[in-house]
Design a protein around this ligand. Structure first.
Ligand code: ZN
Length: 66
């Protein structure tokens, strides 16, 4: 593994977290507003395949339904 890891919110698994200093909690989630000390670290490229292309494909399918 190349080890391309990202830090995510432990509550909602969002990578939109902001590191804060000199506060009670070190990190703040911009998505759910959770504040926490230690983020969850996981690989950025999950095996699920939520690539932009896959998302576009899903959107196209949902729009195509009558
Ligand atoms: Zn969150």
């Amino acid at each position: 593994m190349t080890g391309d890891e990202i830090e995510v919110c432990p509550a909602c698994d969002s990578s939109a977290i902001t590191s804060r200093s000199r506060s009670d909690h070190d990190f703040y989630c911009n998505d759910c507003g959770n504040m926490f000390d230690d983020p969850v670290v996981r690989e950025s490229n999950s095996t699920g395949g939520w690539s932009p292309e896959a998302l576009l494909e899903r959107a196209a399918k949902s729009e195509g339904s009558p």
